[in-house]
Design a protein around this ligand. Sequence first.
Ligand code: AMP
Ligand code: ZN
Ligand code: FE
Ligand code: FE
Length: 273
Amino acid sequence: MDGKADLHLHTAYSDGVLTPHNLLVQAHRARLTIISITDHDNTGALDEAIPEAALMGIEVIAGVELSTTVDAQDIHLLGYFFDHRNSTLQDYLKVFRAERRKRAELIVMRLHDLKIPLSFDSVLARAGKGSIGRPHIAAAMVEDGLIDSYQEAFYRYLGFGKPAYEQKYQISPVEAIRLVAEAGGLSFVAHPGSSIDERVLLGLIKEGVDGIEVVHPSHNEERTAYYRGIADEYFLLASGGSDFHGGRKNDDDTLGRFTVTADAVSVMRQRLR
Ligand code: AMP
Ligand code: ZN
Ligand code: FE
Ligand code: FE
């Protein structure tokens, strides 16, 4: 089967910029035939995208990106092929989003302590109906003229260990893996190259992840081959995608460049049975 699949995309339902419709238009232009929308803690884009995508000849796989924690390290897991109407999963996602909102309020309070008068309303306006995250806070800081650049917001205030840093609601990878499995899906370790050391990766494999995201903009050729090797060695699936958020710096030509084959997606589907 021919076709290119990008299994890591964000929309305005989390910290992406594009609506599901506009994402589909760009995906179509990039000749993707299979996509997964993997918003953080949110599957709201799926109901909008699935019927429209079908008309364009694009298949949309249910997806979500969950944040988990191991030894204070942020480990992102991607869930795929689950039933996005599963009520247990949706109840959890609601809790995660509510916790994100509380965390954003705490971050804004920390910024006030640091004499950065960012209004929470301005952050809420940025987030719209999406899961609130630090990208919204950084963007609101730039928009309100409180800082010069998005990157600066992270390295001065919002990044890990910086003065306005606040931890996210903590769940372990096993809990996330179970949540996805009980909704009928598969879990993948997201972009291991950007944050995960080998010991932690092997721990995740032991805990039952189904696959590894081998293709990602943060992986060079060597890293990609390395993770593909680990996936083969442990009989795991290999996924990949662009982690496109739409409209950000360096995002312009990412769509279509970080993909896996339609065959790789078929192999994943076989694992579901
Ligand atoms: P959150 O979900 O609120 O923890 O935000 C995580 C998102 O913030 C990541 O997916 C990145 O898009 C962005 N991010 C995290 N750290 C940095 C950083 N140091 N510089 C730029 N963006 C970052
Ligand atoms: Zn994101
Ligand atoms: Fe991520
Ligand atoms: Fe992502």
